[in-house]
Ligand binder design. Structure first.
Ligand SMILES: [Zn+2]
Length: 68
């Protein structure tokens, strides 16, 4: 396992009020723990959980491209 770690995707939710859940703590759709943030569709979600998911999806897509 000597492949370099690909860069992690980072989201910037700071200036977008759609990601603020109004102070309500709801279970994150990815890890199930309480989250104040919302994803683009308004579902409760930690920013870090979504970044992990997006990074994983990107890596899978890149692996598919390499294998094609
Ligand atoms: Zn989470």
């Amino acid at each position: 396992m000597s492949r370099p770690t690909p860069q992690r995707i980072g989201l910037n939710w700071r200036h977008d009020p759609v990601h603020w859940g109004g102070g309500h703590l709801l279970p994150c759709r990815l890890c199930g723990r309480g989250a104040f943030c919302r994803d683009q569709d308004g579902r409760p979600c930690h920013k870090t959980c979504l970044e992990d998911l997006l990074t994983a999806e990107r890596d899978i897509a890149e692996q598919r491209e390499r294998a094609a």
